[in-house]
Write a protein that binds this ligand. Structure first.
Ligand code: ADE
Ligand code: ZN
Length: 339
């Protein structure tokens, strides 16, 4: 088997994925038609042609416009189901996916509409494809903390369905320190804590995510490499960084895949996982992200397998579940003859 086939069948988890970022143009046009919404693009091709970003904000403007098509519980279900059908073919065993309730609430879509649609598709994914899951709700950091607090209140009755809270959207100028109170409340309520930090923001935002929000994982974390003391701290504590190679190049966080810092991250002892962020917008799902960096690690199956093990180690699963999934990777690797 060649390295591409090795990647395709390697058991793995997705830990950094915005479900609204899986909205493929074909489905977007279908749902727009179903809901009587006119998209500002003539067709799928011209929509795709707009996916040309110089920075995070360029993407976010289009991402929020895209999610405007989502209205009914069925829409959220169809979006999530389409995603699960896709990754079931990518040997994905476990997903922890984000949703942005505020991106729906501000358009008049009830919290429960999004939650129930996404959640019932995840349940069906577990049943039909055996993909275990966790759902994480993110606060939009370009909005005031008051809005995040209101959103947290809406989530309180659904602590059995939502395992964690995160922080996303426009990073520059919106430091984690603005959200200290809402994250303290979320922690108290027993949610797992993650935050996007160091995608476009400075190392200081990563320190704040650790010291003010008490994150268990950092989403992205690229700018940590500018600060050797921070890298040492992250490595020592084995705080996972959910790294997103295709996202990084599409959003110009990294100028070229050849220069992606993944090898440096691994050499520094950082606990790195590979993820797809917003695959419909960035040109690929989990396997495409593995393929994108494969040559940077000499197409070495042991390194790719270690990245897959990390995805299970960093997941919000109990030790028995993690060990079972890690053993699947071990067995898979032991069985392979790569040529
Ligand atoms: N929302 C969706 N994708 C995001 C990203 N890469 N960074 C920040 N917010 C996001
Ligand atoms: Zn993200």
């Amino acid at each position: 088997m060649n390295i591409q086939q090795f990647i395709e069948h390697l058991p793995k988890a997705e830990l950094h994925l915005h479900i609204e970022g899986t909205f493929e143009p074909e489905l977007m046009f279908q749902l727009a038609e179903r809901n009587g919404i006119e998209l500002p693009y003539a067709d799928v091709e011209s929509l795709r042609a707009a996916y040309d970003f110089n920075e995070l904000q360029d993407f976010l403007d289009i991402y929020y416009q895209g999610m405007n098509v989502l209205r009914s519980e069925q829409d959220y279900y169809d979006l999530t189901w389409a995603y699960l059908e896709k990754v079931a073919k990518q040997s994905v065993r476990h997903v922890e996916i984000f949703f942005d309730p505020q991106g729906h609430l501000e358009r008049g879509v009830a919290f429960e509409t999004a939650l129930n649609g996404i959640y019932s598709a995840l349940e069906k994914g577990q049943e039909i494809h055996g993909i275990s899951f966790g759902l994480i709700m993110c606060f939009l950091r370009h909005l005031p903390e008051e809005d995040a607090l209101t959103t947290l209140e809406l989530a309180m009755p659904y602590r059995d369905k939502i395992i964690g809270v995160g922080l996303d959207s426009s990073e520059r100028g919106n430091p984690p320190s603005r959200f200290e109170r809402v994250f303290a409340k979320a922690r108290e309520a027993g949610f797992h804590i993650v935050a996007h930090a160091g995608e476009e923001g400075p190392p200081e935002y990563i320190y704040q995510a650790l010291d003010l929000l008490y994150v268990e994982r950092i989403d992205h974390g690229n700018s940590s490499l500018q600060d050797p003391a921070l890298v040492r701290r992250l490595a020592e504590a084995q705080i996972p960084l959910t790294v997103c190679p295709l996202s990084n190049t599409r959003l110009c966080v990294v100028d070229d895949m050849e220069n992606h810092p993944l090898p440096q991250m691994l050499e520094s002892g950082l606990m790195v996982t590979l993820n797809s962020d917003d695959p419909a917008y960035f040109g690929g799902y989990l396997n495409e992200n593995f393929s994108a960096i494969s040559s940077l690690v000499d197409n070495d199956p042991t390194i790719l397998a270690e990245l897959a093990r990390n995805s299970f180690r960093a997941a919000f699963l109990d030790e028995a579940q993690k060990n079972k999934l890690i053993a699947e990777v071990d067995n898979y690797l032991a069985d392979q003859q790569i040529n």
